[in-house]
Design a protein around this ligand. Sequence first.
Ligand code: AMP
Length: 112
Amino acid sequence: MDCIFCKIAEGTIPSKQLYENEYCLAFHDINPQTPVHILVIPKLHIGSADEVTEKNSVYLQKIFEAIPQIAKQAGLTGGYRVITNCGEDGCQSVKHLHFHILGGKKLPENMG
Ligand code: AMP
């Protein structure tokens, strides 16, 4: 499958990796929107939040268990925002589920 995040998970495309376990990988976004902008992806190809099922939701569990460690590693002591864009209206550009961890400054209240 021609999926850039699957290739990053396999290591065939390089990334600035921050964290990895059996289920997920975290790396710095190539085009950061905030001083700290990290992406966390499942190692399994899940297209988006809209494709989460009982069968693959363990990846979500593992991602959310990892997020506090990733945030700590990134020095996000003041807090952060976790978002996932889903589908056309959500402006999802990479069709492999990913969570943005945004921080390193006070973020705007408005979410869109
Ligand atoms: P989204 O618009 O929610 O699908 O987010 C996709 C994100 O992936 C964007 O913030 C991109 O900057 C980021 N991105 C795309 N390709 C790469 C890459 N090779 N390495 C790191 N981040 C990437």
